[in-house]
Design a protein around this ligand. Structure first.
Ligand SMILES: Nc1ncnc2c1ncn2[C@@H]1O[C@H](COP(=O)(O)OP(=O)(O)O)[C@@H](O)[C@H]1O
Ligand SMILES: O=P(O)(O)OC[C@H](O)CO
Length: 532
């Protein structure tokens, strides 16, 4: 176990005395996702006690561009945190302020890049979202200059516009006056975790955790420090960077004016790493897949970063709480799929063939197969393992018999097939045959999709009772830092199965589906000719 149970030599995380949560005590997870801000309160059993959620605006100013208003990210996150605490108080029949939040855990959409003024806290431009492809030409130029190898060795990542470095560089180049101000130390850069920490602490703390920093292309994945050679390559002044802190540990205190009392921020992790933690994937070779806007498969590879030979990412899982006087870093291999639940949103909003995401299941189940039609949802290019910023969405194999039901089914299959591609690559990279996959996220509620996933993987898919594992992981990281849980064993005990989906395809049938899918993917590649 990378994050192990307490033992005699090390009865609990060092220096942390155990605390017991009273009946009115909670941990509050702030889960800032791509399409909504959520706040969830958990009790000491890891059960959801209250939840509030608010969607916010997505901005698409040009083809391939995706932006968020960082001020709206902050305001919606604060609103849902307050609403969640109100709900908790109401449940106890008590006045607001009488329930106690012992610690806050932050988890967030990763890579999304915010640049703001230190003096006023005002962003200098809209945040550039992880899905944004505007810096694809810059990445291509760096690749042509032979920089991809260096970048992969140092960061574990693939040179792609998905990550923060070229987004930050773009802001520094294109927003008037910003570069000089950044160099003068007037501006702060952060991913969404840093942005929330800055606001929650009233500008007193400028920090990011190692899991989020590992998504920037600027951190050396082994030393967990910003790397001068990478900063030079992307023209990033050191003065804008946050401090890198552990994922479990007290980072600062929330100003009393926000939530009624000073509360320690004790856990911070990128949403996919937090979900891996919340799924209790502490053993080497344990993996989870989260089906949200995108789909992200992460496998724990232990305390050393594995260099992928199959175009997967090596990433920091988390830098854990102090154990026996040291903090251990867990690394993961990751496969990132850009369009998963977003494909279902496109069926709803773009094509109008369903009224709600939940309807897709019945529609897709009304036909036995897709009639050999495939949908490749490369709407914002392709992530792992293809990494093609110029791929675009395509529907192939249409006939006069193709109906909206076939398209709905092809959309669900596409989500599962993209993940199946990653699963094979992960097995080859890690040299570990995965025996099951834990699943979570909004679209994991779809039983048909989960069955397809088991069929295409050839191993069981296991859905836990609590699918809010992203928020739960952040709560666990915070709770460990203040001594609510003693270690991994206590968390593992709280994980329980809702449903297990067994694979139902023969191996030749499974292989044939995957091969046919790869043919469809090939047809979507390199479509966008213009610079995004
Ligand atoms: N029953 C369903 N079947 C398929 N997709 C679904 C279903 N319910 C929700 N989704 C998709 O799941 C996504 C929402 O999941 P969530 O975990 O909240 O995402 P995020 O954190 O990325 O905002 C949406 O893209 C939605 O289309
Ligand atoms: O907001 P989500 O859940 O789709 O997650 C986004 C990822 O963190 C992007 O890397």
């Amino acid at each position: 176990m990378v994050f192990g149970p307490p033992n005699k030599k090390n009865p609990s995380p060092a220096g942390i005395s155990q605390v017991t949560l009273e009946s009115m005590d909670y941990l509050l997870a702030l889960d800032q996702g791509t399409t909504s801000s959520r706040a969830i309160a958990f009790d000491s059993h890891g059960r959801v006690a209250a939840l509030a959620q608010r969607e916010f605006a997505q901005h698409f100013p040009k083809p391939g561009w995706v932006e968020h208003d960082a001020a709206e990210i902050w305001s919606t996150q604060l609103e849902v945190a307050r609403e969640c605490l109100q709900k908790l108080s109401a449940e106890h029949g008590a006045a607001y302020g009488s329930v106690k939040v012992r610690a806050i855990g932050i988890t967030n959409q990763r890579e999304t890049t915010v640049l703001w003024e230190r003096a006023t806290g005002r962003p200098v431009a809209r945040a550039i979202v992880w899905q944004d492809r505007r810096t694809t030409p810059r990445c291509e130029a760096l690749r042509a200059a032979g920089k991809a190898g260096l970048i992969q060795r140092k960061t574990g990542l693939v040179l792609d516009s998905y990550f923060s470095a070229t987004k930050l560089e773009w802001l520094l180049e294109h927003v008037p006056g910003v570069r000089a101000r950044a160099e003068a130390g007037e501006l702060a850069f952060g991913t969404v975790d840093s942005w929330l920490i800055w606001n929650l602490t009233g500008g007193q703390v400028h920090a990011t955790d190692a899991s989020n920093a590992s998504r920037t292309l600027l951190m050396d994945i082994r030393t967990l420090q910003w790397d001068d050679e990478l900063l030079h390559l992307f023209n990033i002044p050191r003065a804008v960077l946050p401090r890198i802190v552990p994922s479990s540990g007290i980072v600062g205190e929330v100003l009393p004016k926000w939530l009624g009392e000073p509360i320690p921020i004790a856990g911070v992790a990128g949403d996919q790493q937090a979900a891996t933690f919340g799924q209790a994937c502490f053993g080497v070779g344990m993996a989870k897949n989260t089906y949200g806007t995108g789909c992200f498969m992460l496998m724990n590879t232990g305390t050393a970063a594995v260099t992928s030979r199959n175009r997967l990412l090596s990433t920091v899982g988390w830098q854990g709480p102090e154990e026996g006087g040291e903090r251990r870093t867990a690394y993961c291999l990751e496969g990132s799929v850009f369009m998963a639940g977003a494909t279902i949103q496109w069926l709803r909003d773009g094509l109008g063939i369903i009224d709600s995401a939940a309807e897709v299941e019945a529609l897709a189940a009304s036909v036995p197969d897709t009639g050999d039609a495939f949908l490749v949802p490369a709407f914002t290019g392709l992530g792992a393992p293809d990494w093609d910023g110029r791929a675009r969405g395509t529907l192939v194999g249409l006939t006069r018999g193709t109906t909206r039901a076939h398209i709905a089914r092809a959309a669900l299959e596409a989500i599962a097939l993209q993940s199946a591609d990653l699963f094979g690559a992960m097995t080859r990279d890690a040299g570990i045959a995965l025996t099951e996959l834990r699943v979570d996220g909004g679209a994991s509620r779809n039983d048909l999709l989960m069955q397809m996933q088991a069929d295409f993987l050839g191993v069981p898919v296991v859905r836990p009772k609590i699918t809010e594992t992203t928020a739960l992981g952040a709560a666990y990281l915070a709770g460990l830092a203040i001594g609510v849980w003693s270690g991994g064993a206590a968390i593992t005990q709280q994980w329980s199965v809702d449903r297990r989906f067994e694979p139902g395809l023969t191996e030749p049938a499974r292989r044939a589906c995957l091969d046919r899918w790869r043919e469809a993917v090939a047809r979507s590649r390199g479509w966008a000719e213009e610079s995004p």
